[in-house]
Write a protein that binds this ligand. Structure first.
Ligand code: ASP
Ligand code: MG
Length: 451
């Protein structure tokens, strides 16, 4: 049995949390590689440090030093403490040096990802010394050291899986075979020049799946601060419950639209190698969590979960040219997403294109649409809309699914504003007015998921 265990920011967020995390790691004796996030709050403060007008650099460095000292106190033995403090100081002065370069250089983008990755270098070091104190043969390793290869734009890289796999076979697998417990930095890889490239905020989950893919783990465990995926947001539906088992596809849909349980990109590298993903709660380790794998269930369920995303708008673009100019739709979508705006759903008809974006992005999107003055007759915006994402593997197998779901919508007097079905076999996404959204979710849960 070989597994990759990932612990998020809150799971390493204090001395107490680190101790709990160490207990969990020590409670297993199979082969295990650990991937960690930065202590909670650290990545934010690193990003803040890069901005203007924040505190002075030495203040940030003192704060980081103190935070990690506090986490170490009582968790790292007196024998190991001097070695820990020396290595911590080495890493903190490395950060100081980098900020100095960053502030002096014109080409700041070059340093941004390296700076953002620093929190993971500190947390992994601390946790590995805590584990050594408890008798584990543990060592801290950076993404560069084990060879997680990344490519893509700054702040939004992706792992290059084949290259990473061939590196990890050489660097990481032998350590696991020897019974060592490596603590690896999440959140980033190294580009072809060896420079850090981050995977986007919350990217440590993805890192863990990339490592699991590379060492052919049986399971990647995502240890976080919730019990797993739930049938609905418990703040909306009181009877919402944890889902014991899900298919990769269902989890990917829900992670994208709904709860912040798991970074949506985590699924792909795991799925490619058939590595199961297990979501567990560090603060409730005896809970069963949610197990995500390739499921071929006999008992498919119409609805397994209903996620809700509010704060969205529907931008409707009217153009009689739409069907006659095949590349117009693509160009419009490209313009809308040009500044990184996420498009949550798209729906087209003969002369209308409806695009769902966060309400905050609407003014900019409309601005960029002015470039299409000649082809577009009108642009109308419907604000305060909510996207409901109904997920279940029984969706497209049974007929009459939409009728069932939309009758629940009608029950609460809501209107379906837009439907985007069929892009995925197991999800039906639709929009309703923001004021009715919670009622729709409650009704769907009551009818098709129950207590
Ligand atoms: N520390 C990074 C962040 O805050 C990555 C992660 O936590 O997954 O986004
Ligand atoms: Mg996270």
């Amino acid at each position: 049995m070989r597994k990759v265990m990932k612990f998020g920011g809150t799971s390493v967020g204090s001395g107490e949390a680190m101790s709990r995390t160490a207990d969990i790691i020590m409670s297993y004796d199979c082969q295990r590689a650990v991937v960690v996030s930065a202590m909670s709050g650290v990545t934010n403060s690193l990003l803040e440090m890069m901005g203007e007008g924040g505190r002075e650099v030495p203040e940030y460095l003192d704060w980081l030093r103190q935070k990690h000292h506090d986490a170490a106190r009582g968790n790292i033995s007196n024998e190991l403490m001097p070695e820990y403090l020396e290595q911590l100081e080495h890493r903190i002065s490395g950060l100081g040096h980098l900020v100095h370069l960053y502030r002096q250089d014109e080409d700041r983008v070059m340093y941004q990802d390296a700076l953002a990755s620093w929190g993971e270098r500190l947390s992994s070091l601390t946790l590995s010394f805590i584990l050594r104190t408890r008798g584990a043969d543990s060592l801290a390793l950076t993404s560069e050291e084990i060879g997680i290869v990344a490519s893509g734009p700054p702040g939004n890289g992706s792992a290059v899986l084949p290259a990473t796999e061939s590196n990890l076979r050489r660097t990481l697998s032998p350590l696991l075979n020897e019974g060592k417990v490596p603590i690896i930095t999440g959140y980033y890889g190294a580009d072809l020049k060896g420079r850090p490239l981050t995977f986007g905020r919350g990217g440590s989950d993805y890192s863990a799946a990339v490592v699991a893919n590379g060492v052919d783990a049986d399971v990647v465990e995502i240890w976080t601060d919730v019990d797993g995926f739930m049938s609905a947001d418990p703040r909306v539906v009181k009877k919402a419950r944890t889902i014991a088992e899900m298919d990769y596809g269902e989890a990917a849909e829900l992670a994208y639209f709904g709860a912040k349980v798991l970074h949506p990109r985590t699924i792909e590298p795991a799925k490619r190698k058939g590595v199961a993903v297990l979501v567990k709660n560090t603060f409730n380790p005896s809970g069963q969590g949610t197990r995500i794998h390739g499921l071929d269930r006999n008992s498919k369920e119409l609805l397994r979960s209903v996620a809700l995303k509010t704060g969205l708008s529907i931008v409707k673009i009217y153009s009689s040219e739409l069907v006659y100019q095949p590349d117009l739709v693509a160009k419009i979508l490209e313009a809308i997403s040009a500044d990184g705006t996420t498009i949550y759903a798209v729906s087209t008809s003969l002369s209308t294109l409806a695009v769902v974006v966060p309400t905050g992005s609407v003014p900019e999107a409309c601005n960029r649409l002015k470039g299409f003055r000649d082809q577009v007759e009108a642009v109308k915006v419907k604000e305060d809309a909510a996207l409901i994402c109904a997920v279940g593997d029984g969706m497209l197998e049974s007929c009459g699914v939409s009728a069932k779901i939309f009758s629940a919508v009608a029950d609460v007097g809501a209107n379906v504003e837009l439907i985007s079905e069929g892009a995925s076999d197991i999800a039906l996404n639709f929009m309703v007015g923001g004021s009715k959204a919670v009622d729709v979710v409650k009704r769907l849960h009551e009818l098709y998921i129950g207590d």
